[in-house]
Design a protein around this ligand. Structure first.
Ligand SMILES: *[C@@H]1O[C@H](CO)[C@@H](O)[C@H](O)[C@H]1NC(C)=O
Ligand SMILES: *[C@@H]1O[C@H](CO)[C@@H](O)[C@H](O)[C@H]1NC(C)=O
Ligand SMILES: *[C@@H]1O[C@H](CO)[C@@H](O)[C@H](O)[C@H]1NC(C)=O
Length: 342
């Protein structure tokens, strides 16, 4: 069973049901937190993955959480696009089975999410195998501050994400596998290479006579933004002559860097529903009639045209602060004009 199958299983059996019953955000729900579920559904796993499933169920729980963080970010980044990262049964697995740009983004953001979640879990003390990181010591290069405190343990998160996501049969070293491994790594790098430095001042009334700093995870939205840029500039590749390497398509194109996303098949246009490629089509999607960009009605609706609708929605209004400490709002009905693809 290869990684794509596992991801499909993770999403369909672990996340989709949760999504469908409207508990997407319910972190305490037993479905999300049931650590054995991924491993139960993928019993034929071998090697490192089986080991983690067997011996580190709490890591598996973070892997599941990371996959979810990745999906939520994917849906944010693609909310205005024809392919909107829908986890629908008709779409998600099909997209993962291909080797298009969208597959590259999904694999990268998932690997990034897992790296992020496991690292966060170390700092939160949720894992026995790791703690936050006190290994960096000494004075900063500019001499202004000292390493101290307890930083986010990115090395552990990176390692576990790699062990779990990249685990596979050695035999399967085809082009698709090379691409998958490359994109997984690009996702992990989008977290690891962008660690921030957070500092705290010590001294009388915050005078900052001593400043200590530690490493902190990037904001995941920034990770998503970065990978979305890589999606836009993704490089098309094909198998090299030896069949063991990948080379860029087009003689003049420079080889992709480690942090670039790569793919080997062109994306469908996602305009019409198409079971084979996992396209849901864009009929009925809300579009922006003033935008010329991807979320604009022209592009999103694939030039089919769109309709104008009035929607009666209720929202909070006349909110006021009541001393102390409450905010009270009324609900108002507002008529909103929206545009929808035909
Ligand atoms: C994504 O698109 C599908 C159809 O194209 C639509 O049914 C669904 O509501 C969209 N999801 C979001 C989150 O906009
Ligand atoms: C529609 O697109 C325009 C131009 O890109 C933008 O300024 C505006 O905020 C968008 N409106 C909505 C509702 O997203
Ligand atoms: C909108 O809905 C509210 C109640 O939800 C109702 O009182 C109001 O008459 C509606 N307005 C229109 C224009 O349909």
């Amino acid at each position: 069973m290869d990684l794509k199958m596992i991801l499909v299983v993770v999403f369909f059996f672990l996340i989709c049901p949760v999504n469908i019953i409207g508990l997407w955000w319910a972190v305490g729900s037993p479905l999300v937190l049931d650590p054995t579920r991924i491993c139960r559904k993928t019993r034929r796993l071998r090697g490192k993955q089986a080991e983690i499933c067997q011996n580190e169920p709490e890591v598996v729980r973070e892997v599941a959480k990371g996959a979810q963080i990745g999906t939520v970010e994917c849906q944010f980044q693609f909310r205005h696009r024809r392919w909107n990262c829908s986890t629908s049964r008709r779409s998600f697995g099909k997209v993962l089975m291909q080797d298009i740009r969208e597959t590259a983004f999904l694999n990268a953001i998932t690997a990034a999410g897992v790296t992020f979640a496991v690292t966060q879990a170390c700092s939160a003390g949720h894992l026995l195998q790791c703690t936050c990181d006190r290994s960096i010591k000494g004075i900063s290069t500019d001499g202004d501050w000292e390493w101290g405190g307890c930083g986010d343990n990115i090395d552990f998160g990176y390692k576990k994400s790699r062990e779990f996501m990249d685990a596979r049969d050695k035999k399967g070293s085809d082009v698709k596998t090379l691409i998958l491994l490359h994109n997984n790594e690009a996702g992990r790098i989008a977290v690891k290479n962008y660690m921030r430095t957070e500092c705290k001042c010590h001294g009388l009334s915050g005078s900052c006579t001593l400043k200590t700093c530690w490493r902190k995870l990037p904001i995941f939205r920034d990770v998503g933004d970065r990978l979305k840029e890589k999606f836009d500039g993704a490089a098309k590749v094909m198998a090299g002559n030896d069949g063991l390497s990948i080379i860029p398509v087009g003689a003049t194109i420079k080889p992709p860097a480690k942090d670039d996303l790569i793919y080997s098949e062109d994306s469908p246009d996602f305009c019409e529903p198409n079971k084979k490629v996992g396209s849901l089509g864009t009929h009925g999607r809300e579009c922006n009639h003033t935008s010329q960009g991807v979320g604009g009605c022209e592009l999103l609706c694939c030039s089919r045209g769109y309709e104008k609708l009035q929607q009666n929605i209720t929202e909070n209004c006349r909110c006021r602060f009541i001393w102390c400490c409450e905010v009270v709002c009324d609900t108002c009905a507002v008529l909103k004009t929206i545009f929808r693809c035909l």
